[in-house]
Design a protein. Sequence first.
Length: 365
Amino acid sequence: MDCYWLYVILSFTLSLLSGFIITPHIVDFSLKRKLYDLPNERKIHKNAIPRLGGLAFLPCMFIAFLISLYMFKCVTDDLPLNIGLWTGAFLVSLFIIYTVGVVDDIIGLGAPIKFAAQIIAASLLPICNLYINNLYGFMGIHEVPFWIGAPLTVFIIVFIDNAINLIDGIDGLAGGLSLIALTGFLVCFSRDQIWTYCVLIAGLMGVLTAYLYFNIWGSADKRRKLFMGDCGSLTLGFILGFLMVKFSMSSDWVKPFRSDSMLLAYTLLIVPCFDVVRVVLVRLRIHQPLFQADKRHFHHKLLRIGMSQHRALVAILILQLLYVLLNSMLNGVIGITYIVGIDIIIYMTVHLILDYKLKKIESIE
């Protein structure tokens, strides 16, 4: 097992170094081609910022992944990688999402086109028999038939993909939440000794860490700051959605059955997913188009009560970590349905407190 961790660390390190080497060139390319994320009344930033940071995610991840596997083969004369139907479907789907994101960042695409591409990409997985087939007792439901699990899988992947995309509103937020989730999935897959996925996840974590450096601290050198763009957020969201489905699926021939699989996978994505649910419900209540962007997200509320971007970032990341800690403690003590209920109550309470503070601020003004 210690041997496998060496290759996980190697993948992370190679990807991190690749990210630090490639990202400045992406910034220069964006500046030369004038590929900016322009400020408007909805966005937080005040200056035009390069938006192709996510372009490095897949190349760096796969370079680190392939080199690490090659090194493993050289040392052990074994290659722990089987390109099966699930892996093939994932790679094709990921390429679709990545391509759509790149095109959107360069020339722009409408929300319906991106939404259709997400559905097509996500649909390839259940077509290849990778789908949510067990809810592990949530709402009293255990095994799920294909005709329910397949559309549920497509919905979950598209939902998570959009959740990461929509929460990408302040420096480091989408990347920071994704890094927490990826770390959790790394632990989960290592627990089941699925090391191929661990090496792949570590490769994504490395380049994401490099990106966060430029995204958060790049303002010290304005010429090096950049955003991940839709290419980055859609790619991250799709990979996280895939990992959730992959880890949640009950498949004895792949990994041992664990009753907490779905709980752990769900817990790692609570904050971005809850945020989208709340925003969508508000838009439905006030009859606003679902695809119309606004300033009702969690981070917008924190900024309106006077927090800086960095403090809002830290507050949201801490909330996500507290959810991980809480649900880990409750795991096995009470059922998943009650845990989800407690999570919802906590999230609603946080927003009620924020709404109360906002009303006080508005009354003073």
